[in-house]
Design a protein around this ligand. Sequence first.
Ligand code: SF4
Length: 367
Amino acid sequence: MRDRRWNRGACRYAVPVDLLPNTLEDTAAAAQALEISRHRAREVHAAWFREGRIAAPWAEDRVAPIERTTVDHDTVKFTMRLPDGLETESVVIPMYRDERITRTLCVSSQVGCAMGCGFCETAQMGLMRNLTAGEIVAQWFAARHRVENPYDGGRGFHIKNIVFMGMGEPTDNIDNVLQAIRVLADHHGAGVPAANITVSTVGRAAGVRKLAAFAEQTGYRKLNIAFSLNAPNDRIRTEIMPITRAEPVSGVLDALKAWPVRRSAVFCMEYVLIPGVNDAPEHCDEVCELLRDLKCSLNVIPYNPRRNSPWRAPTEDETAAFVARAVANGQFCKRRGTKGRNAMAACGQLGNENIRKRKFVDLRVGE
Ligand code: SF4
């Protein structure tokens, strides 16, 4: 055995090493404590992340089992059952360009969410708990190596992009989210470039600043941020996003202006279009005025009704009219395609009704 010096009984590590929350540097440090060489640590680390296999007795597979996989046309949603009985939810979404298909993975950073956005299924659960960095990375691992691929009959997908747009507000679990990004972007492991990772936030100014400081560091300078704007002013935003009372949009926009934007890049401003709430022509004009000083793309997302929703989805014509008006106002604007609505996998539709009934919050986990 190549790792013959490792002896579970004699070792001060009572349990083998969980590689999920580790960059290569973390794995090498753990291996060094076990008197295992850096070279060997690198081999084991690469085998785990790239091939999905455990290649040493001192490393352990702690990926939670996949509970359910739901396929809606070209979108795959999967849930993983955590040791405490809660579930993560993740979605593999296809992107089509020039007859090529790439896949984006939408990951959760929490089980449930405390933000209470009125249009969002996850908000109905409340916050259950933060996910650990390992539990966030495990969603990528499962998508890459374990989820049934119904299109080729194998397992796993090549994941090009990762978006933190699943359950949870990433800035409320910032330390674990940042460690997960370190692991995901590590080119010795998962190897998803920071330029292909987007963190979406409802906008806590302090959290945005912390993300901005992270994005100043070498290796993460191309990290992307998306802001869920969703309203033309604080009054309407407060009605659908209560966080606005504590965090007015002006403060978040100021924090975003300090973001280290690449010259070629733009911010993504998400706008969930809800008929009768934020879709009037004057709303569009107000939004464009608000964003005038910011180099950004306004991404209009037709509302995907949650369970028991008081609002309907907008029609194609309503969505097209809003986008056209924004463009006429000189705002760069795109309509986000809707995928996975039938599987409750679309934007704002994640959340498990049954788990919702077992409401509890334990913020100590994963802190
Ligand atoms: S939209 Fe995002 S921040 Fe708002 S409740 Fe849903 S998961 Fe939380």
